[in-house]
Design a protein around this ligand. Structure first.
Ligand SMILES: [Fe+2]
Length: 297
């Protein structure tokens, strides 16, 4: 695929309100470029004319994994469709900066309202899935967690596409429901120290993280969190001790390489609702530059 001249993100800086979180200071920040923002704002104006996104199954996954999709036929007759396609191409061409994680800010405002991401990501997942040889992109619904916003411990999603683009919307103003992160490389070193975990299990966990042919999420979660495993308590302590956190607010988010970073959520002070965040999963290019370890350990 030829990358278009459109750039999707530009450099930004850590908002003052997030500077107290070390990982927020040490990772790069990005926001939409003016051109990308303009396309998204124009798309937003079309939403009243668009059908509501619906859920569909995804080829190559079991029936429990579904994605939103937007019926795009009406939009294809509109010149804006080609602009959104350029945006999809720019996302696919986006080179995730080292260390494989960038935070995002200023995603709302200036004509961008939260609900537009429901429509935009439903359309982008179609466009990011359409090239031959590419794995399906996914915009899966968020699992609500009532009545309390229970935590979601560190994990990898292990979809075939490895880039997760997350936009936060309905989150509390307090520091609860923070995003948790741990580099897989660091995690891999940490499990070496877990005496109760057999070495073949350590290898299996690493292999699951590398595997892109099949969905191994359930197996991965079982190895990390099944309380029946002899290594469960020790691993849990190590993960909690080493996880990095940052509370991201409305209109902030992150883009990360799911194979390079485990991610999760701390307990939230109120129920997790479906509009907590919008998340697009897709495949993008990888930056081959050596990763910087500064501030990440
Ligand atoms: Fe996840």
């Amino acid at each position: 695929m030829i990358c278009t001249s459109l750039k999707v993100f530009k450099e930004s800086s850590c908002p003052e309100s997030r500077e107290s979180w070390p990982i927020a200071r040490s990772c790069p920040w990005r926001t939409w470029t003016d051109e990308a923002r303009g396309i998204i704002a124009e798309f937003s104006k079309q939403i009243p004319l668009l059908p509501k996104p619906v859920l569909v199954a995804i080829d190559g996954y079991d029936a429990t994994i579904v994605t939103y999709t937007l019926a795009q036929a009406a939009l294809e007759r509109n010149g804006l469709f080609e602009e959104v396609r350029r945006l999809a191409d720019a996302l696919r061409c986006f080179k995730l900066p080292a260390p494989g994680l960038a935070f995002l800010c200023d995603l709302f405002g200036d004509g961008l309202h939260p609900e537009l991401y429901f429509y935009l990501f439903s359309l982008l997942r179609n466009l990011l899935s359409s090239d031959e040889g590419r794995e399906a992109a996914i915009y899966a619904p968020i699992q609500p967690a009532p009545p309390l916003g229970s935590p979601f411990p560190l994990h990898a999603d292990l979809f075939k596409g490895a880039t997760l683009l997350t936009v936060f919307n309905n989150v509390p103003d307090d520091d609860s429901g923070a995003s948790l992160f741990l580099r897989f490389e660091k995690f891999s070193q940490l499990i070496e120290e877990i005496g109760q975990m057999p070495s073949d299990i350590k290898e299996r966990i690493r292999r699951l993280n590398d595997n892109r042919d099949e969905d191994h999420y359930d197996e991965f979660i079982d190895l990390l969190y099944n309380p029946g495993h002899s290594w469960h308590d020790q691993l849990e302590q190590v993960l909690i001790k080493n996880q990095l956190s940052v509370k991201l607010g409305m209109g902030q988010g992150y883009i990360l390489d799911d194979r390079q970073w485990l991610h999760g959520r701390s307990m939230q002070s109120r129920p997790v609702e479906m509009d907590r965040l919008y998340r697009l999963v897709f495949e993008t290019e990888r930056e081959s530059a050596a990763m910087s370890d500064s501030g990440m350990e």
